[in-house]
Write a protein that binds this ligand. Structure first.
Ligand code: HEM
Ligand code: HEM
Length: 176
């Protein structure tokens, strides 16, 4: 039976932030770049609040990557039987947090670059560039992981981020 895992807020913030990130990584660094960067950061802040007040699978309480969950999940990968999660798996959760922090870091460093106090500071531009490179690396790993785990677990994770529904199987290898 399919189960509704990702509400519209999760899906909307995901695909909007993803679109802005791709545009800002490869597009011109004009005013639109700055406005879109702030919009992405605002959506991330909204999504973090939604992590406390939103629907069941969107909540941090459903997917916060504790050390115990991480260890259990890594063991399941090592023995070739990955635990299925209706929310994020612990590695995906760590990646989600890293991606959010990078988007916020880019907005803050981008904002600081434009302040009189930091105008023309090379280290700040260097930081903004370094964060953007880190974001590119993480996004590539994120996309590869989404495809690999979809094939491995036979869950269409990407489809679920589009439709909101994941396959539910009543077995003891699935975490709700
Ligand atoms: C390009 C920039 C992207 C960023 C910054 C990004 C970021 C994120 C974040 C933060 C989450 C957690 C979502 C939440 O809980 O609200 C997530 C989940 C997810 N993303 Fe992305 N994403 C990007 C692109 C993509 C692309 C291109 C795909 C498809 C190939 C994709 C597939 C997924 C999937 C399937 C999940 C859910 C994984 C699961 O079931 O646990 N993402 N992404
Ligand atoms: C999703 C968020 C963002 C991403 C992914 C991003 C990414 C990038 C990238 C890839 C560059 C080119 C770096 C280089 O060639 O060295 C850049 C430059 C720049 N970004 Fe952003 N950025 C984001 C948000 C922002 C924000 C919010 C601002 C300001 C309000 C901003 C201001 C700038 C400026 C002024 C430059 C030009 C710096 C220069 O030419 O040295 N960015 N950004």
């Amino acid at each position: 039976m399919p189960v509704k895992t990702w509400d519209i807020s999760v899906r909307f913030t995901h695909w909007t932030v993803a679109g802005i990130v791709v545009w800002n990584l490869f597009g011109p660094t004009d005013q639109a770049h700055r406005v879109l960067g702030y919009i992405a950061a605002g959506l991330v802040v909204f999504r973090v609040i939604w992590g406390f007040v939103g629907t069941r699978y969107a909540r941090f309480s459903a997917w916060w990557p504790t050390a115990a969950h991480l260890a259990e999940y890594l063991r399941s990968l090592a023995v070739g039987k990955p635990i299925r999660h209706l929310s994020h798996n612990p590695l995906g959760a760590l990646m989600a947090i890293a991606l959010w922090l990078l988007v916020i870091g880019l907005a803050v460093s981008g904002w600081m670059m434009r302040l009189d106090a930091f105008w023309g500071e090379d280290w700040l531009e260097g930081l903004h560039t370094a964060l953007s490179v880190a974001l590119q690396v993480c996004v590539c790993a994120h996309i590869v992981a989404a495809i690999v785990m979809s094939l491995w677990t036979r869950d269409n994770l990407i489809g679920a981020m589009l439709t909101g529904f994941k396959r539910d199987v009543d077995d003891n290898n699935t975490r709700r």
